[in-house]
Design a protein around this ligand. Sequence first.
Ligand SMILES: [Zn+2]
Length: 63
Amino acid sequence: MDKRLIATLACPLCHGRLHYHPEAAELICRNDAMAFPIRDGIPVMLASEARALTTDERLQPEN
Ligand SMILES: [Zn+2]
């Protein structure tokens, strides 16, 4: 996925910065503890499609 594209994406809920997790193909918002899926290379920036982070994921350090 294009990192320049990711840099332009903001969380649809809080408009904060997102963290790209290539292994999971997800964009993480730490503020909302939500993960937005990337399907076929297209970020799905819908709260209804996002999943809540697990407690373990919330405790992981920023990257
Ligand atoms: Zn957010």
